[in-house]
Design a binder for this molecule. Structure first.
Ligand code: HEC
Length: 249
């Protein structure tokens, strides 16, 4: 005898099939839930990848602009350069390639006139004081308080021939910057000095006078007229100077 109540109609879905259907729908529900959860989990990394891509693009764009600024440093109305010293320095440190790229695009120029140094003249104390202040503001981060630089990136300007030679060269380095291989104190540097921003003709004369008579150097003072003449002769120049075109090795 079955223990089913004999009175009732047969169920619409027999008991065994009903439990199978139940199991199947449970599995289906579980599958759907898992699939949905997966799409939720998936969406997060996609958003992250998108954001990362956007950041990469922005960085590439910024790098391109930085390179352009360093290669063709455009000036503001007051004569200062648009790229700050800190930015140029950071850029050089970050990307050694930038120097090679800029070098590839530099134009040749006429060689510097022969320089004959007159007898030594000590600078006056006032000019030395002004020069020391400009040095502390514009050169010290790279060439250091000692003038000995930070080899192998920043060369020494203590007791090197360029510093006490024709001031035309350092005036050019300050106004437009310098790139390319150069040997200083027996060590070859292949770095770049960015144009120095925010210096007047008087500042340049003062700082070079200071450098030429500090750190063991013995060079004559530099006058504002010397700075003006070099600036005027190279007024159209926007690119950095490169050591090869200046005959420096
Ligand atoms: C951002 C760093 C930086 C700053 C700031 C800087 N220089 Fe330089 N300077 C360099 C580098 C790098 C070189 C070598 C460039 C090369 O490898 O072609 C150099 C080269 C020179 C040289 C020729 C090489 C030598 O050692 O004799 C002189 C002179 C010089 N700098 C003077 C100055 C003076 C003066 C100032 C401030 C008005 C100044 N520099 C500011 C980085 C700097």
């Amino acid at each position: 005898m079955s223990d089913q109540p004999s009175s009732g109609r047969r169920p619409l879905i027999p008991g065994q099939i009903a439990s199978w259907l139940g199991a199947i729908s449970l599995v289906a529900a579980a599958l759907i839930a898992t699939g949905y959860a997966y799409t939720l989990v998936r969406r997060a990394p996609d958003a992250l990848t998108d954001r990362r891509k956007a950041q990469q693009n922005l960085r590439a764009e910024t790098d391109k602009k930085e390179h352009a600024l360093l290669a063709e440093p455009s000036r503001n109305a007051d004569g200062t350069y648009r790229i700050s010293l800190e930015d140029a320095q950071a850029l050089i440190v970050k990307d050694s390639q930038v120097i090679a790229k800029i070098q590839a695009g530099a134009a040749p120029a006429a060689p510097a006139a022969a320089y004959v140094a007159g007898p030594f003249v000590a600078a006056d104390a006032e000019q030395m004081k002004r020069g020391a202040a400009v040095y502390a503001r514009t050169c010290i981060v790279c060439h250091q308080p000692t003038g000995k630089g930070l080899p192998p990136v920043f060369p020494s300007i203590a007791e090197t021939p360029i510093v006490v030679g024709n001031p035309e060269l350092p005036i050019k380095f300050i106004t437009n910057g310098l790139i390319g291989p150069i040997t200083v104190g027996g060590m070859t540097f292949n770095s770049a000095m960015p144009p120095v921003a925010g210096v007047s003709d008087q500042d340049i004369a003062d700082v070079l006078t200071y450098v030429r008579q500090s750190f063991g150097n013995k060079g004559n003072p530099v006058t504002v007229d010397q700075v003006k003449a070099v600036r005027a002769a190279n007024a159209a120049r926007t690119a950095m100077w490169n050591t090869a075109e200046l005959g420096l090795k």
